[in-house]
Design a protein around this ligand. Sequence first.
Ligand code: SF4
Length: 62
Amino acid sequence: MNIQVDESLCIGCAMCVSMCESVFAMNEDGISEVIANQVTDEMMEEAEEARDCCPVDAIVIE
Ligand code: SF4
């Protein structure tokens, strides 16, 4: 499984960070980025919830 944020879509609302701070963090440009190297099942569940709540569908999980 691979988690990515599409930087061209992200509007920097920080919702994913508040929902799943072990995977997402805001970078210096105010855009979310994936910070996790290893993703546990629990982290993946949170990341999937964040993806489902992202207002611009910028989170891609493959
Ligand atoms: S929830 Fe979506 S739009 Fe908001 S910071 Fe995260 S990736 Fe960007």
